[in-house]
Design a protein. Structure first.
Length: 65
């Protein structure tokens, strides 16, 4: 799944941050996520949990239940 990411995809990170892929930083194995009109952040590609429109990517089971 991570290899199929492309610019413009809406994703959620393992930390729960939603964003749209603005660019790739291949030198560092990262993606640049736009999280608002004027804010972009760099996160490791491995920190992308999956597409933002898939509930199982955003939800994780609570410990012990």
């Amino acid at each position: 799944m991570l290899t199929q990411l492309k610019k413009g995809d809406e994703v959620v990170t393992t930390g729960g941050i939603f964003g749209r892929i603005a660019a790739f930083d291949e030198a560092h194995g990262a993606v640049i996520l736009q999280i608002s009109d004027t804010v972009k952040i760099r996160v490791l590609r491995s920190a992308v949990a999956g597409p933002a429109n898939e509930p199982e990517a955003a939800a994780s089971p609570a410990p012990g239940g």
